[in-house]
Ligand binder design. Structure first.
Ligand code: HEM
Length: 473
């Protein structure tokens, strides 16, 4: 593999007042098809040439298949809003990679199923429900702070795991109920991560002409991972249906909201698919956001100082709470800038239902239409110093074009958990940053890699330095 394709080097620049965090140096030459395929399988964000970071729209082919690449706000609006009906379908790669686990869950459904389920799911994760879930967020972050405080001084932690544990605790209690047993939640988490290790987001069948791709091969380990998730989720659903669930959990809301909507009740499999989808969509996305935020703050001392000063002045010695978020503007800006630089979902692939036209490009039926937050967020045509870490850009009050900044996607399929995820990440950052500085292992350099989400390759080893919360008043 190495003979045909060499992954690009990463660039990272750290000075006392500027920080350009790690990103693959774009290829200067066009890659041939073999290189694109091998590159896409090793790291989807590393294969793009320089020109694709500009505001542009282009069309090319991989084997027999047309790929339409859309990287400017106006054409993105056309795809996801004006022609939503023709481009709402996820790519066969994504559908095939996730269908064994999520069935017809919202993330990969389309057409009538998506239309019917979207209002249900959007309602139960809506921002007006955040006060109910805020307490779970606070408790889970404080529990992690306590565990960290009990570690022997100088201990090393692995941040992607720690943040995964934290966001899984939050989303599992929110979805399944506060009384979900710890080992049941752990089984779901392990099942998901084992599944992800064996999921392949490249589907050769599609490029060879099968419009819906080939079913993904299901080995023994993948089947075991699926069973680990399904067993727990189904037993939680059955407990709720038998009246023994936690009132106020998302599963409970889903069942009640669906009954109120009338029509066909959702069966256990449909409820399982939606609950598993919310868990998956809300777990690793927030965990990787937090992981990257720690790495960015550790290398940008001025921003870390501003975050700490803000927390001290807003909260003094008490722990930050959901109600403090409107005043924790620096913490929020750090999360927003982290989502710009490292969007957890860096590619939004869609499939054209019918032939269509986007700007100057004729789109064939079943073509792959690729929108890439990774590239859009780093476009020199849209962002000043696009590769710099500058949380200040979200503090200035300047309007951010909603079609230029899309970590949660945009249009009718926008992430329904956007406010949940933003508040959760900001609150967890504030609670933990009040008590600890998180420092990557000496000499450690993060390398962003994308499989299903964008994460630091090999994890992020770090040590903790306890700090005393101060009340400046
Ligand atoms: C920082 C955290 C998060 C990020 C960056 C994020 C990002 C996204 C993105 C980009 C999509 C659209 C994917 C596509 O169109 O291909 C999406 C969809 C979705 N997200 Fe999130 N998400 C986050 C947190 C959450 C949370 C906390 C929840 C639930 C509580 C959630 C639930 C969902 C669901 C159910 C969908 C599917 C929506 C649909 O297809 O109609 N997400 N998310």
């Amino acid at each position: 593999m190495m003979r045909f394709y060499r992954s690009p080097d990463n660039l990272e620049i750290i000075t006392s007042d500027e920080y350009v965090p790690p990103h693959p140096i774009p290829h200067s030459d066009d890659l041939n098809i073999i290189q694109i395929i091998l590159g896409a399988r090793s790291n989807l964000i590393g294969v793009w040439p320089e020109a694709y970071y500009r505001s542009t729209i282009d069309s090319f082919r991989i084997l027999g298949r047309q790929i339409v690449f859309v990287n400017d706000p106006e054409h993105i609006r056309h795809v996801v809003v004006a022609r939503h009906g023709n481009f709402e379908r996820k790519s066969p790669q994504m559908r095939r990679a996730l269908e064994a686990l999520l069935g017809d869950g919202l993330f990969i459904s389309d057409g009538e199923t998506w239309k019917r389920r979207r209002p249900l799911v959007a309602d139960i994760v809506h921002k007006r429900r955040l006060p109910e879930f805020g307490q779970t967020m606070e408790e889970a972050a404080l529990a992690v702070a306590q565990e960290w405080a009990a570690l022997p001084p100088g201990s090393e932690i692995e941040l992607t795991e720690e943040m995964g544990r934290l966001t899984a605790a939050i989303i599992s209690r929110a979805v399944f109920g506060k009384n979900i047993a710890r080992d049941a939640a752990q089984q779901v988490i392990e099942g998901f991560s084992a599944y992800q290790r064996h999921a392949d987001s490249f589907n050769l069948g599609y490029f060879l002409g099968a419009d819906n791709g080939w079913p993904a091969f299901g080995g023994r380990r993948r089947r075991k991972a699926i069973a680990m998730v399904h067993d727990v989720v189904e037993s939680v659903i059955n407990a709720h249906l038998a009246g023994e669930g936690d009132a106020g959990s998302m599963v409970d809301l889903l069942i009640r909201r669906n009954e109120k909507a009338g029509g066909e009740p959702l069966d256990v499999t449909a409820l399982r698919n939606e609950a598993a989808t919310i868990f998956m969509a809300g777990h690793e996305t927030t965990a990787t956001t937090l992981t990257w935020a720690w790495y960015l703050l550790a290398n940008a001392s001025w921003a870390a100082r501003s975050v700490r000063q803000e927390i001290d002045s807003v909260c003094g010695a008490r722990a930050p709470a959901l109600a403090d978020l409107p005043q924790l503007r620096w913490c929020r800006a750090v999360i927003q800038e982290t989502l710009r630089l490292y969007p957890p979902v860096p590619l939004l692939p869609r499939q054209a239902l019918q032939a269509d036209r986007i700007g100057p490009v004729d789109v064939e039926k079943s073509a792959l239409v690729m929108i890439a937050p990774w590239l859009l967020h780093r476009s020199p045509d849209l962002w000043e110093k696009p590769n710099h870490f500058l949380p200040e850009r979200f503090l200035s009050g300047a309007r951010i074009d909603p079609f230029a900044y899309i970590p949660f996607a945009v249009g009718p399929r926008i992430c329904p958990g956007m406010n949940f995820g933003l508040d959760e990440a900001t609150l967890c950052l504030a609670i933990l940053a009040q008590r600890f500085e998180v420092l990557p292992r000496d000499g450690y350099k993060a390398e962003p890699v994308c499989r299903l989400t964008l994460r630091p390759k090999g994890g992020l080893p770090a040590r903790l330095v306890a700090r005393q919360a101060r009340n400046p008043l």
